[in-house]
Design a protein around this ligand. Structure first.
Ligand code: FES
Length: 104
């Protein structure tokens, strides 16, 4: 298991999607209240950045801005067409005020 640092909770705005690059990984980080969700920043329908989409804080989903597919932030599963495959999802640990993304 590997972890890498993506900063602190205050680095992210509630209800906003932020693209974060670490090494060769491109991630989308979404904060909702005190929870932080991390997915690969690549829609599973076509290669498009999810960080450009809108976050629905009520349903805890992110919309792909290209064709409108919705993904659950908690596990990356698609919630609507045209996407049918999940996006990779990563657990986040809080350690001494820092956010650590867990890569297995
Ligand atoms: S590229 Fe995301 S829904 Fe088509």
């Amino acid at each position: 298991m590997t972890t890498f640092d993506i900063g602190t909770l205050d680095d992210y705005e509630h209800g906003q999607a932020t693209q974060v690059r670490r090494g060769d990984r491109v991630l989308v980080v979404v904060r909702i209240e005190d929870d932080v969700y991390v997915l690969d920043d690549r829609c599973s329908h076509e290669d498009f950045s999810l960080a450009q989409g809108e976050v629905d804080v009520a349903t805890c989903e992110i919309e792909c801005a290209r064709h409108g597919a919705m993904f659950q932030l908690k596990d990356g599963e698609p919630a609507s067409f045209p996407a049918t495959r999940p996006v990779a999802h990563y657990d986040v640990q809080h350690e001494a005020g820092r956010l650590q993304v867990v890569v297995k």
